[in-house]
Design a protein around this ligand. Structure first.
Ligand code: PBG
Length: 327
């Protein structure tokens, strides 16, 4: 072989050659848009730390989802922001028939039908007055087993309102089995579960807490139930348990700081693997782009492309709309 070997370079010569040999192709079909719907507002509210993302009214949500459907975005992940005075110790707004997510899901079910897969985040934190993902025990930590029954109620309420997929994000042990049983018993065997399996206790969720108006009581955190960022191996154990319990899809979250975890999970299971490119990861791109320090659109493609390259089959990202517009 002559030196230097030009073999790899030859295939980088033109844009068409590069397209032809690209291993990873990011397309609109890979994207899931996280959306917020807030109870009791007259107009969409901007979220300062998530530029370009808003808390929707029921009406503006339907309009946004129609536009996403036209752009070909196949899925959305819905989060509810209840009115402050409805929060209580058990988070009952999460399963109330007239809870904000339930009414928004029925709007979407009747207005856009099957054009977009309706996924609903299934957790209690926006609805509890203490901000944790479950009901508390006498030490002020979520009581795992007491919470499972409530997750079952939320799942059934979301399925009845029209969710195609429920997405438990509370990291309670046994949540998938409990939710599957509750759905089947209530006559919803067709409702799928996308579980946040490998969910890390991350500082990158900061802007999200503003988006759903949640603060954890007493300056607490979720390190007692979400994963420690120093650990990768336990992610595989979490995923295996969720698949055994009946999860249809599993998720790694956050995404960019955990590409090694995404790759390991992809290699370890046969179900579709989702990755959540979270609020802090999005906000950093927007902040740097706003200052002209990076080319935001190029970084968006590179970041979400890297998440795919690591092995994600679907990417939940606040960039979904702008990527769909550019792809
Ligand atoms: C919990 C939940 C969180 C996010 C999605 N679901 C926050 C948390 O666990 O503290 C974060 C999403 C993001 O940062 O974009 N219901």
């Amino acid at each position: 072989m002559p030196f230097p070997d030009r073999r790899l370079r030859r295939l980088r010569r033109t844009p068409a050659l590069r397209r032809l040999v690209a291993e990873t192709r990011l397309g609109v079909d890979d994207l899931v848009a996280p959306l917020f719907v807030r109870e009791g507002i007259e107009a969409p509210q901007p979220i300062a730390s998530l530029p370009g993302v808003v808390q929707h009214t029921r009406e503006s949500l339907v309009k946004e989802v129609r536009e996403l459907a036209e752009l070909g975005v196949p899925g959305l992940m819905l989060f509810g922001v209840p009115a402050g005075e409805t929060k209580d110790a058990s988070g009952s707004g999460a399963w109330a028939e007239d809870g904000i997510v339930q009414v928004a899901l029925s709007d979407l079910r009747s207005e856009v039908g099957d054009a977009v897969v309706l996924m609903a985040d299934l957790c209690l934190d926006p609805y509890t007055d203490h901000g944790h993902c479950g009901v508390l025990d006498d030490r002020g930590q979520p009581d795992n087993d007491a919470t499972l029954e409530l997750y079952g109620r939320v799942a059934v309420a979301q399925a009845e309102a029209g969710a195609d997929v429920v997405a438990p994000s509370g990291m309670m042990d046994g949540q998938v089995a409990a939710i599957r049983a509750a759905l089947d018993t209530a006559g919803h065997p067709g409702t799928a579960i996308l579980v946040y399996s490998a969910k890390y206790a991350s500082a990158l969720y900061g802007p999200f807490r503003e988006a759903v108006d949640t603060t954890i009581a007493g300056g607490g955190d979720r390190r007692g139930y979400q994963q420690d960022f120093r650990n990768a191996r336990e992610a595989l154990a979490e995923v295996a348990e969720d698949v055994a319990e009946g999860a249809d899809m599993v998720m790694v979250k956050p995404a960019l700081a955990y590409l090694d975890v995404i790759a390991a999970v992809r290699a370890g299971v046969d179900v579709p693997v989702a990755a959540y490119h979270v609020s802090g990861e999005y906000a950093m791109v927007k902040a740097a782009a706003e200052r002209g320090w990076v080319d935001g659109a190029a970084v968006a493609l590179e970041y979400v492309g890297a998440i795919k390259r690591a092995g994600a089959d679907l990417v939940v990202t606040y960039l979904a709309r702008e990527l769909a517009e550019s792809l």
